[in-house]
Design a protein around this ligand. Structure first.
Ligand code: MLT
Length: 287
């Protein structure tokens, strides 16, 4: 039987994956996948906005939020495996994936390997490219800095890049919440995830195989995965739509939720294949 609400605990190989599952059972299901090093609460505004119409599920990636880290070596493929376990346990089919940044890497990899499980895809502030050699060096220096200076300092440095300049005055609550999410992530999980990100494979050469509808969004001030990376995905995926979200950096869903949600709703309304059951069964006659 389905458990609904917040902070439901699912055990996969002795590790707990913590998730929220809200909205109607037979409505189209959307799974939200958060970015690094955040947690499922980054999607709270989207869950709230959509739960009257859709089944909305958000989970903490292992080692983040309230999900256990487990013993396995972190990789994007391991994170995809956790996602598939969640889909399997919740008996979902025709799922819509919405991933931001690292969540997008996971979503792209899942769609590449298991396209039949998904109806539509939303890629927010993400990219299909693997890390460049310089990018890998930056990850290693971030690891050294975390070991030397601790998580709080890493959080302060990270948020500078995550938000648009104006968000530090207009989105004070969201900036504080994101810092809190980072600080609550253990040093070990931060380091293990940085290794997983550095070692991930690119998915750009597989974009042409994606046949489902795809919404790509990017914050106009995104410094981490800029508009050029979004444009590249748009050009690679035939059935895709690109929306640039103004007044936002890398976390467009938090920095400009009304515009982000508007694009999300419009896309979902047009492209979620599974239709809602009608609340009342009308009698229809054709003469
Ligand atoms: C994220 O937001 O998930 C990260 O910025 C991804 C990355 O560092 O590649």
């Amino acid at each position: 039987m389905r458990s609904t609400g917040k902070n439901i605990r699912l055990t996969i190989d002795n590790s707990i994956i913590n998730y929220d599952d809200e909205g109607a059972e037979n409505a189209p299901a959307i799974i939200f996948i958060h970015g690094f090093p955040l947690n499922k609460s980054m999607w709270d505004m989207q869950m709230e906005a959509l739960k009257d119409t859709y089944r909305v599920i958000a989970y903490d990636i292992r080692g983040h939020g309230n999900s256990d880290a487990g013993d396995a070596k972190f990789s994007i493929d391991l994170f995809v495996n956790d996602l598939l376990c969640l889909i399997d346990v919740l008996e979902l089919d025709n799922t819509i994936l919405c991933g931001l940044s690292m969540g997008g890497y996971i979503a792209l990899r899942a769609v590449e390997n298991y396209p039949e499980l998904f109806d539509a895809l939303i890629l927010s502030d993400t990219q299909c490219m693997a890390d460049t050699p310089e990018g890998k060096v930056k990850r290693l220096s971030a690891i050294e800095s975390i070991k030397k200076n601790g998580v709080e300092k890493y959080a302060d440095e990270s948020i500078r890049n995550l938000f648009a300049t104006e968000s530090f005055t207009t989105r004070i609550k969201e900036v504080a919440a994101v810092k809190n999410m980072i600080v609550k992530t253990s040093q070990e999980s931060l380091i293990n995830t940085l290794h997983a990100l550095a070692n991930r494979e690119g998915t750009c050469d597989k974009l042409q195989d994606i046949k489902m509808p795809v919404l790509i969004t990017v914050g106009s001030e995104d410094k981490i995965t800029p508009a050029s990376a979004a444009q590249m995905m748009k050009e690679g995926i035939a059935n895709s739509f690109l929306k640039v979200v103004a007044h936002a950096g890398h976390l467009a869903n938090l920095e400009n939720p009304s515009v982000f949600n508007h694009h999300l709703r419009k896309f979902l309304f047009r492209f979620s294949k599974k239709q809602f059951p009608l609340p009342l069964k009308p009698t229809i006659t054709v003469n």
